[in-house]
Design a protein around this ligand. Structure first.
Ligand code: GAR
Length: 198
């Protein structure tokens, strides 16, 4: 049966677009909902242009009440009968309670070669460490931040003149290859890691 995918974003949504555009033809999944915690997120208009239903749940009015915010999120996902959640630049930390409801069905993309550089500023941290190789990871989301079984990684060389900005810009097109490749396998219940680059 075709899997129903929700994509959660907070920003420009370029990974969301790559995922959504990949789900055609004999792909085992289809995008059914794009959710943002920021009503102004640029990705929402991109999703509408792709004719995907969108939903904004502004986290700000919920203040510190993460449970209430996540309750609204969970309800939207259940109502849309979602099978798989793709976190794609979704910049809210999810509680263990929420994650436990979707564990095994939720993927995340992170711009580092996990387990290195969980959290923010991944490109700057790879440069500061003198790394020669950088990359991105798609993994199953678990209660621990940027953790969980790795389903794919893409690698790029770090050049001597790289800055955090140039690294991010060169990595993003690889993210757009990696995430759809992993989702396709995952939706077909194949967890063999996808490895791109060298
Ligand atoms: C991507 O680079 C993604 O890897 C990163 O945010 C960006 C979102 O871009 N995610 C994280 O940092 C999650 N910890 P996009 O909105 O254009 O897809």
């Amino acid at each position: 049966m075709t899997k129903r995918v929700a994509i959660l974003i907070s920003g420009s949504g370029s990974n969301m677009v790559a995922l959504a555009q990949s789900m055609t033809g004999d792909h085992p999944a289809r995008p059914v909902l794009v959710i943002s915690n920021d009503p102004q997120a640029g990705g929402l208009a991109k999703a509408r242009a792709l004719h995907i239903p969108t939903f904004a749940i502004d986290h700000k009015p919920f203040g510190k009440d993460r449970a209430a915010f996540e309750g609204a999120l969970h309800q939207a996902l259940v109502t849309a009968k979602v099978d798989i959640i793709c976190l794609a630049g979704f910049m809210r930390i999810l509680t263990a309670d929420f994650v436990s409801k979707w564990e095994g069905c939720m993927l995340n993309i992170h711009p580092s070669l996990l387990p290195k550089y969980k959290g923010l500023e991944t490109h700057a941290r790879a440069l500061a460490a003198g790394d020669k190789i950088h990359g991105c990871t798609v993994h199953e989301a678990t209660a621990a931040l940027d953790d969980g079984p790795i389903l794919g990684q893409a690698r790029i060389d770090i050049r001597p003149d790289d800055t955090a900005e140039t690294l991010a810009a060169r990595l993003l097109p690889l993210e757009h290859q990696l995430y759809p490749a992993v989702l396709r396998r995952f939706a077909a219940e194949d967890k063999t890691p996808v490895l791109l680059g060298h």
